[in-house]
Design a protein around this ligand. Structure first.
Ligand code: GBH
Length: 491
């Protein structure tokens, strides 16, 4: 470990999982091979101006063909677990019939992982809906939720004998609000009604899939852990004594955090949220019994955290409620629901995404969840990481990325402090294992702890990967030493 970035020594709970994460559309490539057809991201990326540099997921980092080497790399880094997603458009390309060749790829991946002693942590939806289903309305169509449960069953049929940890959705906020209202993600709509329909139908899809998978696992006597991953962002009032800032923080928190947490964990939509969005079609989409279907017991909650949002509110014109439409750049707040909200600088350092670096925010968030949701299942930080410019392979074959290294070490330390403060956090996954297709940013932004040369596709572990490997090794030694001490003390 580069001692400049060494976090204080601490004892991690036994069994704490150290991992790294990716997503199918961001790494696999082979977008039209092996029976795979277009996902919404393949189609969206072909629209002029949709993705920076005109980049597409067509080849990505060719993980589809390099999978065994990539798993070997994970093993060298000492990862306990690898969080990946299956591509719905590979498994059920046209949205209805199953493509065995697609399932076979994931089956080989799972075998490779298990052979390397790495726990497969599977996500069913990381934003790549089959384009065929988009053509039938995508997530605005309630039927998509039922198709999702069928897709989950197909994946379980192929992998359920070997995969124990299943996540339904990754960050439903992004694939609803950013895809259907913000327009910056596929399918690229700017329609608040559609966005809220997508939210509700993804919640429903989650609940249906959890019930389907639980039933299948029970019937075959298998131990299965089911959960969902949310991206949660603290909305920090810029001036806590200013009522307008407090109101902005409330509104953003409702739309970005509680609209997801509360239906899933408590079986209700927050009342203040329902009022905020009453001009739009959320309530109209909720059918009798939906919330019971949605609020299925889950075994873990995945938390993706990158940054806080420091928000400041500005008075709305008399008699209006905030529109969910994204306001045009420049000077706009970049996300749905943020009209009349700005994000003043707190003077914190920022990543290449212009996101604040504030590890303490992660500690606050994890502790808050435990305090506010009494039935909260165990937490896993399923994504955290940073893009920085300037990653280059030096003559000695290294990639020096001190800022990313510090980002990771400091966030891991913040998790340790959250655990000290009572948060039940059981694992950490760095985003991302590899540089990859960063959605609307294409290949311009690099989040990998492993560098990918996009000309040759050669992988080079960055200093951050080596530091992370050391951090994992040290954490494990501490756990082993603690066990030895306990054993010695009881003799
Ligand atoms: C994750 O989402 C994704 O799961 C992953 O696929 C992706 O590659 C990774 O993060 C890195 O982006 O710029 O002010 O509009 C990120 C979640 C939610 C973080 C929206 C940024 C908006 C900030 N993102 N949030 S802003």
């Amino acid at each position: 470990m580069n001692t400049n970035h060494a976090a204080p020594e601490r004892h991690w709970p036994a069994g704490f999982i150290w991992g790294s994460a990716t997503a199918a559309a961001q790494i696999e490539g082979a977008a039209h091979e092996g029976g795979k057809e277009d996902s919404i991201w393949d189609a969206f990326a072909r629209l002029p101006g949709a993705v920076a540099g005109g980049d597409t997921p067509e080849r990505a980092v060719d993980h589809y063909h390099r999978m065994p080497d990539d798993v070997a790399l994970m093993k060298r880094l000492g990862l306990d677990s690898y969080r990946f997603s299956t591509s719905w458009a590979r498994v059920v390309p046209g949205g209805r019939s199953v493509n065995q060749e697609g399932l076979d790829f994931y089956s080989r991946l799972v075998d490779e992982l298990l052979g390397a002693g790495i726990l497969p942590w599977l996500t069913l939806y990381h934003w790549d809906l089959p384009q065929a289903l988009q053509e039938r309305g995508g997530w605005t169509n309630r039927d998509t939720a039922y198709r999702f449960a069928d897709y989950a069953e197909a994946v379980h049929g192929a992998l359920g004998d070997r995969v124990s940890h299943w996540t339904t959705f990754n960050e439903p906020l992004c694939s609803s609000l950013i895809g259907y209202i913000g327009g910056e993600h596929a399918p690229g709509l700017t329609d608040p009604d559609a966005g809220l329909a997508a939210v509700h139908h993804q919640h429903l899809a989650h609940g249906l899939a959890v019930q389907r998978l639980r039933g299948l696992a029970d019937a075959s006597g298998r131990d299965i852990r089911l959960g969902i991953t949310l991206n949660l962002t603290n909305a920090v009032p810029n001036d806590p004594s200013d009522p307008a800032d407090l109101e902005a923080a409330r509104r953003i928190d409702a739309l970005w955090n509680r609209m997801f947490l509360e239906p899933l964990l408590l079986g209700v939509y927050p009342a203040d949220l329902l009022d905020d969005v009453r001009d739009y079609g959320l309530a109209a989409r909720i059918q009798e019994g939906d919330l019971e279907q949605i609020a299925q017991p889950i075994d873990f909650l995945g938390v993706n955290h990158y940054h806080d949002d420091n928000v400041s509110g500005h008075p709305l014109p008399a008699g209006t409620r905030p529109s969910l439409k994204p306001t045009p750049k420049p000077g706009r707040s970049p996300f749905a629901g943020s009209e009349y909200v700005t994000m003043p600088s707190r003077g914190l350092p920022r990543t290449a995404m212009d996101w604040e670096v504030h590890p303490e925010g992660l500690r606050t968030l994890l502790v808050r969840l435990g305090r506010e949701y009494p039935n909260l299942p165990p937490l896993y930080v399923t994504e955290n990481g940073a893009a920085y410019d300037g990653d280059t392979v030096t003559d000695d074959g290294a990639v020096h990325d001190p800022e990313r290294t510090k980002y990771i070490v400091d966030h891991v330390d913040a998790i340790g402090r959250a655990i000290d403060d009572g948060a039940d956090v059981r694992g950490y996954f760095v985003w991302s294992l590899l540089d990859n297709f960063e959605w609307a940013w294409g290949y311009e932004k690099r989040f990998g702890i492993v560098h990918v040369d996009y000309a040759t596709l050669v992988r080079t572990p960055k200093d951050s990967a080596l530091a992370y490997a050391e951090l994992i090794a040290r954490a494990k030694t501490q756990v082993a030493e603690a066990k030895t001490r306990v054993a010695a003390a009881t003799i």
